[in-house]
Ligand binder design. Structure first.
Ligand SMILES: [Zn+2]
Length: 518
C-alpha cells in the first residue's frame, strides 16, 4: 500500500488517499490514512499540491511521436537556412536516410517553404524527406523522389505532387514513406517507450493513439510491439488504438484475423476505426466548401470519395466497430455527416466521432450535437491557429469555428494534442481552452466558446474516459478506480488562467506506481 497525504484533490474534500493493488483503495483525512497504514507501507506528503486524475490525451500518434523524439526534429528551425544546417549536420554522420519532421514555415523569420533544391544542396546521395509540423505535407530531395519512383509527370489520387519543388501532400507522401527504412518490432518498442516517457512528464497516463500507418503500413507489427510491451509490464501509458488502414482491404484482413473493437486490455486495447477525410488548415489542404480567403485558387483536398469512405464504414458497421473521422474543413465534415446519417443510431451508443472539429458552420454544429457525435478536439491548436484563422477562412467562417463550449456541453467532447503535431502538454491545452488566446496574447478566437477550467480538466479526464468506454474505472479519483493520477505544483482552478501553462507536473502515477517525478 502507498498512502498520500496533504493533497488538494480536484472536486474532492478528502485530503489523503491510499492506493493498493493499482487502485484507489481509500479516500479520507490525513489522520484516517495514517491510521490505516502499517510500518512497511510508504507514506508520501504531497505538501498541499493539486491532484487530478491522470490526463487522457484523446487523439495523438504515440508511435509517430516517439519516432519523432528519437529522430531529427526541425521544430526549432527559424529559417530555411536553419533547416539546411540541421540536415547537413545529420548528413555528416552518413546515414542511409534522413527523415526529419516538425518545421513550420509560418514561424520562420521570413516565411518560405524549403525546396527540393535546398535539400539537394545538402545531399544528392542520401535520400532526404522533411515533413511539415502538421504531418500533411512533405518535401523530398531528388534521391528520395527517385527511390520512390516519382517523376515530373507523376500524379496521385487523393494527393498532390509538385516534382519541381519536391512538394508532396496527403497521399502524395505515400510513395516516399513506402521506401523509408523499414521499422522493426524492436525499433517500434523503442519509439513507443520514448513517447510514453515524454507523455508521463506531462501528467498523461492514457491516450487514444493512431499508429497503424505512422511508420509503415504494417499494423500487425504495431500490435505486436504494443502487446510485447504489455506482457513485459513496460507500458507506462494506456493505449486505445485508433485503427487507421491504408485501404479497406487491409481493414478486412484485420477483421478476418479476429481483431475488432474493444479487444485487448487496459494497457493496449483496440479502439475505433480511424479515417482521414481531409488535410490540415496550416497546409491549406483542409477541404472547404468555399475557397481559402488567402488563396482563392485552393479549396483543400478530400482524401476519399463518398463511396470509398462508405466501404470502410459499412465494413465497420458489420462488426459493430465505431469509427472516428478526421475532418477539419466544412466540406469534409459535410461528407462525413451525410454518411453518418445512415449509420449512427439515436443517441450514438457506439460513440462514432469527429476528430478535430475546426471549420464548422452553425448548421453543422447543430447536427453534430443532435447526433451526439463524440468530438475529439485539440485546444492546443488555438495557440497557432488563432493567428491564421481569420486570414485563412475570413471572419464569418472563423466566428463559428473551433466551437469548444457548444460541443462540450452538447456532446461527449474530449481533448488531445495530435502529437507529434503539438507538444502533448495538457496544462497548456487547458489554458488555451479556457482563454482561446495564443500564449503570446497576440490573437484570440470567439470568446463565447471558452471552457471553464473544470470543463477543460474534464475534457482531459472524465470525458475522454467516457469516449473510450472506460469511465467505470478511469478518469476519476474515487475508491475502486484505477490509481492513475497527476500531481501539479499549483491548484489550476484557483489561479489566473494565463498562469496555468507555467505550472509544473511534479509527479505522475499509473496503476499506483510512480512513472514520473520531478
Ligand atoms: Zn492525428
Amino acid at each position: 500500500m502507498r498512502g498520500f497525504i496533504n493533497a488538494d484533490i480536484w472536486k474532492n474534500t478528502a485530503t489523503a488517499f491510499i492506493v493498493d493493488e493499482g487502485r484507489f483503495a481509500f479516500l479520507g483525512t490525513d489522520e484516517e490514512v495514517k491510521q490505516r497504514l502499517t510500518e512497511s507501507d510508504e507514506l508520501i506528503d504531497l505538501q498541499g499540491m493539486f491532484v487530478t486524475p491522470g490526463f487522457i490525451d484523446s487523439h495523438m500518434h504515440l508511435l509517430g511521436y516517439g519516432h519523432f523524439l528519437n529522430g531529427l526534429q526541425l521544430a526549432d528551425a527559424h529559417s530555411v537556412m536553419d533547416v539546411m544546417r540541421m540536415l547537413k549536420k545529420k548528413a555528416d554522420e552518413h546515414p542511409d536516410w534522413i527523415i526529419a519532421r516538425g518545421f513550420n514555415e509560418e514561424l520562420f523569420d521570413v516565411p518560405a517553404m524549403p525546396l527540393k533544391s535546398d535539400l539537394d544542396a545538402v545531399s544528392t546521395e542520401i535520400p532526404i524527406s522533411i515533413t511539415r509540423v502538421c504531418g500533411h505535407k512533405m518535401i523530398a530531395n531528388s534521391k528520395a523522389l527517385e527511390l520512390a519512383g516519382i517523376g515530373p509527370d507523376s500524379v496521385i489520387e487523393g494527393g498532390y505532387i509538385d516534382f519541381e519543388k519536391g512538394y508532396l501532400e496527403e497521399s502524395g507522401m505515400n510513395p516516399v514513406q513506402a521506401v523509408w527504412p523499414k521499422p522493426t518490432v524492436e525499433s517500434m518498442q523503442k519509439d513507443i517507450l520514448a513517447g510514453s516517457k515524454s507523455l508521463n512528464s506531462y501528467g498523461i497516463t492514457s491516450c487514444g493513439s493512431d499508429d497503424f500507418v505512422s511508420l509503415s503500413n504494417d499494423w500487425r507489427m504495431v500490435i505486436d510491439a504494443y502487446m510485447r510491451l504489455g506482457y513485459q509490464r513496460r507500458m507506462t501509458v494506456r493505449v486505445n488504438e485508433q485503427c487507421h488502414f491504408e485501404n479497406p482491404r487491409e481493414f478486412a484482413h484485420f477483421l478476418d484475423e479476429g481483431y475488432t473493437f474493444d479487444v485487448g486490455d487496459d494497457y493496449f486495447r483496440i479502439g475505433p476505426l480511424k479515417i482521414i477525410a481531409d488535410g490540415s488548415l496550416g497546409a491549406r489542404t483542409a477541404a472547404l466548401t468555399k475557397p481559402y480567403s488567402d488563396a482563392p485558387e485552393k479549396k483543400g483536398i478530400l482524401i476519399y470519395t463518398k463511396s470509398e469512405m462508405k466501404i470502410f464504414l459499412e465494413l465497420a458497421s458489420r462488426y459493430n466497430m465505431p469509427s472516428i473521422i478526421h475532418a477539419i474543413g466544412d466540406r469534409a465534415l459535410d461528407q462525413v455527416l451525410k454518411l453518418y446519417d445512415d449509420i449512427v443510431l439515436e443517441g450514438n451508443p457506439l460513440h462514432h466521432g469527429i476528430v478535430h472539429c475546426q471549420i464548422m458552420t452553425p448548421e453543422q454544429i447543430r447536427k453534430v450535437v443532435d447526433m451526439k457525435l463524440n468530438c475529439y478536439f485539440q485546444s492546443l491548436f488555438v495557440d497557432f491557429d488563432a493567428k491564421i484563422l481569420n486570414s485563412r477562412v475570413g471572419e464569418k467562417r472563423a466566428a463559428s469555428s473551433y466551437p469548444y463550449r457548444t460541443l462540450f456541453e452538447g456532446t461527449c467532447a474530449s481533448n488531445g494534442s495530435d502529437a507529434p503535431v503539438e507538444v502533448p502538454d495538457p496544462l497548456k491545452g487547458i489554458q488555451l481552452a479556457v482563454t482561446r488566446t495564443s500564449l503570446d496574447k497576440s490573437a484570440s478566437m470567439n470568446p463565447d466558446e471558452c471552457l471553464t477550467v473544470d470543463q477543460a480538466i474534464e475534457s482531459y479526464t472524465e470525458k475522454a474516459a467516457q469516449t473510450f468506454f472506460a469511465d467505470d474505472r478511469l478518469g476519476k479519483i474515487c475508491e475502486g478506480y484505477i490509481a492513475d493520477f497527476a500531481v501539479t505544483d499549483r491548484n489550476i482552478t484557483k489561479i489566473p488562467a494565463d498562469e496555468i501553462s507555467a505550472c509544473r507536473i511534479m509527479m505522475t502515477v499509473m496503476d499506483g506506481e510512480t512513472v514520473f517525478e520531478r
